[in-house]
Write a protein that binds this ligand. Structure first.
Ligand SMILES: C[S@@+](CC[C@H](N)C(=O)[O-])C[C@H]1O[C@@H](n2cnc3c(N)ncnc32)[C@H](O)[C@@H]1O
Ligand SMILES: [Zn+2]
Length: 154
C-alpha cells in the first residue's frame, strides 16, 4: 500500500464511513504503516472512533486485493463483515493499530473509547486480539513489555 498517497487522502477527507474524533490525526506509525494519534489531551472515556463501512461476505472479502481484504474488515456475524472494499474510501478510523497494552478499548463492536487520559502526540491503540477476523494474524510490533507477539484476530 502507498501510505504517502493514503495519508494525503485521509488528511483531505478524514471521514468517509466512520466517525473519528476531531482530537485525532492520522500519521505514519512506528508500530505499523499509518496510525491514529492524539492532537491534544484526550480524557478518559472519550469517544475516539466509530467504525463504518459496507457489509461484505467472506467470499467478497477474499476477492479483494490482499492489502485491503481482511486488513480493514470486522467480522460482525460468522461469514459477514463490516468492511472497507475500496482504497479510495479508507478513512482515519481505519488506521487504528493494535497494542497489547492499549490506551483505548472497544466498547461495542464498532466503538472505541479512551481507557485513560491520553497525552498530546500519543498513538491511540486498542487490543484487537479478541476481534474475529477468520484466523487473520500478524506478528505484533507494539513494543509493550507484555507484548504477546503473534496476535490472532479470533
Ligand atoms: C486496521 S489496520 C491498522 C492500520 C495499519 N497500520 C495500516 O496502515 O493499514 C490492521 C492491520 O495493521 C497491522 N497492525 C496493526 N497493529 C499492529 C501491530 N501492533 N503490530 C504489527 N502490525 C500491526 C496488521 O497488519 C493489521 O492487520
Ligand atoms: Zn504487542
Amino acid at each position: 500500500m502507498n501510505y504517502k498517497k493514503i495519508l494525503n487522502q485521509v488528511k483531505k477527507r478524514p471521514r468517509v464511513h466512520g466517525y473519528i474524533s476531531p482530537n485525532t490525526e492520522t500519521k505514519l506509525s512506528l508500530i505499523h504503516g499509518l496510525g491514529l494519534f492524539s492532537k491534544r489531551v484526550i480524557n478518559k472515556n472519550e469517544i475516539v472512533a466509530v467504525w463504518g463501512g459496507c457489509i461484505a461476505t467472506k467470499n467478497e472479502i477474499e476477492k479483494l486485493p490482499k492489502d485491503i481484504g481482511y486488513e480493514y474488515a470486522l467480522e460482525i456475524y460468522p461469514g459477514y463483515y463490516l468492511a472497507e472494499v475500496k482504497e479510495s474510501e479508507l478513512d482515519s478510523s481505519d488506521f487504528v493499530n493494535h497494542s497489547c497494552s492499549p490506551n483505548c478499548k472497544i466498547v461495542n463492536k464498532f466503538t472505541m473509547i479512551s481507557k485513560r487520559k491520553i497525552k498530546k502526540g500519543e498513538e491511540l491503540t486498542s487490543d484487537f486480539s479478541n476481534h474475529k477476523m477468520n484466523g487473520h494474524n500478524f506478528l505484533c510490533n507494539c513494543g509493550a513489555k507484555n507484548c504477546k507477539k503473534k496476535t490472532f484476530f479470533n
